[in-house]
Design a protein around this ligand. Structure first.
Ligand code: RIB
Length: 308
């Protein structure tokens, strides 16, 4: 089983022709409401990839949880342990997406910052899992306790360094796979003033890998993915699609990648499948609502093979 411990939010996304300037109001946006949160998105992606997955997180006992609940129960293959905290608000994200599909996100974490540690540890003890997938949208204490537990069990640890937190350097040496985007890679990199092109990202991946010894995976949107590990040093180009909303693409990649590594353990194939899944995700609105199923990913790959 792939265990995902992390955040769950209600996402309020407004689609606008362009981002407002500071102090400016842009009107005529379309509102789309759907569940999100990096943890939940990644768990859904792992489950839709066809791997047994469990999500553990926390919400408030409020109207936002009422909305999310329906989506959670529709996700039939995904096991969940969601702690409902009466005193807290469910996490929420406010997302603006422009006509190119680029997003800007602000989050109110609410209950995600209050995951009850004792209940969480009990859940871990009672769950059989062979790997975990974590992000940084919950507290350091949660991440470090889960990592300690997973290490004692001999589980593989996938750490997505999003959103960047300074404490990530206190835990990343325990992970086996570090997955990050260009912004996080630059923040983690110790070399001087890197720019954001693929060549620079290859150097950054090598620097972080050399320092940590881990598999380092940098997702770069339309510029593809860079991977550096003890036995791999590659750049994978992205699959071409017309973007509608890039929200959740990184999460889709992480969920699919960890699922594929659990199912088959072939890193090159895992990157290929996850890149397709992330590409398909950006063609639809929302986070959870845009994560493709494995069948959709396979159909896309089949259509590519027919057009070769
Ligand atoms: O990565 C996308 C996610 O970030 C959104 O679903 C939002 O909830 C924020 O957590």
């Amino acid at each position: 089983m792939n265990l995902v411990v992390g955040s769950i939010n209600l996402d309020f996304t407004i689609y606008v022709p362009r981002f407002p300037e500071v102090g400016e109001t842009v009107t005529d946006g379309d509102l789309f409401i759907s569940p999100g949160g990096k943890g939940f998105n990644q768990a859904v992606a792992s489950s839709r990839a066809g791997v047994k997955t469990k999500f553990v997180g926390a919400v408030g006992d409020d109207i936002m949880w009422e909305v999310i609940k329906k989506f959670v129960s529709d996700e039939k293959m995904l096991e969940t342990e969601i702690f409902i905290l009466g005193e807290e608000q469910t996490g929420s994200a406010f997302i603006v997406v422009d006509r190119l599909g680029n997003n800007r996100i602000v989050v109110s974490p609410g209950a995600n910052k209050k995951i009850p540690i004792d209940d969480l540890m009990l859940t871990l003890e009672m769950t059989k899992f062979s790997q975990i997938l974590l992000q940084c949208e919950v507290d350091y204490e949660v991440i470090s306790r889960v990592i300690d537990f997973a290490k004692k069990r001999g589980c593989k640890i996938f750490l997505n360094t999003a959103p960047f937190k300074s404490w990530v350097e206190d835990v990343y040496m325990s992970a086996d796979f570090l997955i990050m985007n260009e912004i996080e890679a630059k923040l983690l990199c110790k070399s001087s003033e890197p720019s954001a092109d693929s060549e620079e990202m290859i150097l950054i991946a090598r620097e972080i890998q050399g320092r940590t010894g881990k598999y380092v995976i940098i997702t770069m949107g339309e510029n593809g993915v860079v991977v550096k590990g003890p036995d791999i040093d590659s750049h994978f180009p992205a699959f071409e699609v017309t973007p509608v909303d890039t929200t959740g693409a990184g999460d889709t990649f992480c969920g699919y990648f960890s699922a594929e590594m659990l199912a088959r353990g072939d890193i090159v194939e895992a990157i290929r499948i996850s890149s397709v899944a992330a590409a398909l995700c950006v063609t639809k609105k929302g986070a959870v609502s845009s994560i493709p199923t494995k069948t959709e990913v396979e159909k896309f790959l089949f259509s590519l093979s027919r057009s070769d």
